[in-house]
Write a protein that binds this ligand. Structure first.
Ligand SMILES: Cc1cc2nc3c(=O)[nH]c(=O)nc-3n(C[C@H](O)[C@H](O)[C@H](O)COP(=O)(O)OP(=O)(O)OC[C@H]3O[C@@H](n4cnc5c(N)ncnc54)[C@H](O)[C@@H]3O)c2cc1C
Length: 333
């Protein structure tokens, strides 16, 4: 793979274009900082776009309820208001500081220079857990899905959902009115989901729930047509007619390369002080990736943290700059 080297020096580079990174990009623009934002995913929005775009979020100030997808879109619009450089589809691997103090960020595709860094990497670059089953892969993207980014692709489909956690139950609920029919199989008789969702699934939904059943194979000529499932107690097998299969058996989340950046960590989180600064000067962290006494992993707290991080990054690169930026209503855009 060829990589490029961008010699322009940015004031701040934000790693992660989830809700927290996006708000950080907006705030850095407000502080007139030359800003780059990098994400390994091809789209912005982090967990909101990738994991639960069709769920309602109720705890954002100003929004009594908002669809995660809409919140991600609005936060993206706000995040790009001051035209930060968006570098999507690139995973940050290395973070080193040159002798002149400038940080050099290396991705799988390029190298970028910056005076300060705000890490908003959430749970890290995540990927869905996959079953070790060779009959699944040929149908990935052609009937087999790990995320729901567009409900309409399940319209009038006979859908098999595999899983017993929050995601599986939430999607069963969200897709009930869209799909022609839904069968949910789960390998146990206990769920890792909200009690209210379990009650809905078992007592009020039209979803056919089959406990102690596992996916054995997927079959079809060109398109997905059948699933064979096996009962792990009795050994019975059934062949189901299906058009789509949603595998919701969890995610691997790994902060991966961040472990090599010489930052003080607690578990998988970057330890920050009250300035949201990490153990390395000029490198800040905010959102799910950071930790401190009292940390809560919420969007509302993350966007507050990133305001602090960006304002301190501003004074780090310009010690004469004020920390408190003033109120946005008094600023000229
Ligand atoms: C099912 C579910 C429901 C939720 N509901 C709510 C809710 O109702 N209210 C609420 O406040 N919170 C909710 N949350 C939590 C909320 O989504 C997180 O707190 C929030 O997404 C954290 O934002 P973030 O920007 O810190 O991280 P993320 O959203 O995780 O974004 C981090 C981004 O960084 C990128 N990244 C990571 N490592 C790298 C790298 N090395 N290089 C490049 N890019 C990288 C990732 O690809 C990702 O896009 C929910 C979470 C889940 C899973």
């Amino acid at each position: 793979m060829t990589t490029h080297r961008d010699l322009e020096i940015y004031d701040v580079t934000i790693i992660g274009a989830g809700p927290v990174g996006l708000f950080g990009a907006f705030y850095a623009g407000l502080r007139k900082m030359k800003t780059r934002i990098i994400d390994s995913l091809p789209e912005t929005g982090g967990q909101l776009s990738a994991l639960y775009p069709e769920k309602l979020v109720y705890d954002m100030p100003g929004f009594p309820e908002v669809l995660a997808r809409d919140l991600a879109n609005e936060m993206t619009l706000q995040g790009v208001r001051f035209k930060p450089k968006l570098t999507l589809g690139e995973k940050v691997a290395t973070l080193i500081q040159n002798s002149d103090g400038i940080f050099e960020i290396g991705t799988d595709k390029g190298t970028y220079l910056t005076k300060s860094v705000v890490v908003c990497a959430g749970a890290g670059a995540f990927s869905p857990k996959r079953l070790d089953n060779p009959t699944i892969e040929p149908f990935e993207g052609r009937g087999v899905h790990y995320f729901v980014t567009d409900k309409s692709i399940f319209a009038d489909k006979r859908l098999l959902i595999v899983g017993g956690g929050d995601s599986a139950l939430d999607w069963a609920r969200n897709l009930e009115a869209t799909a022609e029919s839904i069968i949910l199989i789960h390998r146990r008789d206990t769920f890792r989901a909200h009690d209210e969702s379990i009650d809905w699934l078992l007592n009020y939904s039209t979803v056919q729930t089959k406990l102690f059943w596992e996916l054995e194979s997927l079959e079809g000529y060109g398109a997905l047509q059948h699933a064979t499932i096996v009962n792990n107690v009795t050994g019975d097998r059934e062949r189901l007619d299906i058009d789509a299969c949603l595998l919701n058996i969890g995610f691997h989340a790994s902060i991966g390369p961040i472990r090599d950046w010489d930052l003080k960590l607690e578990g998988s989180a970057i330890v920050v002080n009250s300035h949201m600064e990490s153990s390395r000067a000029g490198i800040y962290a905010a959102g799910d990736i950071c930790t401190y006494d009292g940390k809560l992993k919420l969007i509302a707290t993350g966007v507050g943290e990133v305001c602090i991080a960006v304002n301190y990054a501003k004074t780090f690169i310009d010690p004469n700059a004020k920390l408190f930026p003033g109120h946005s209503s008094g600023m000229t855009f």
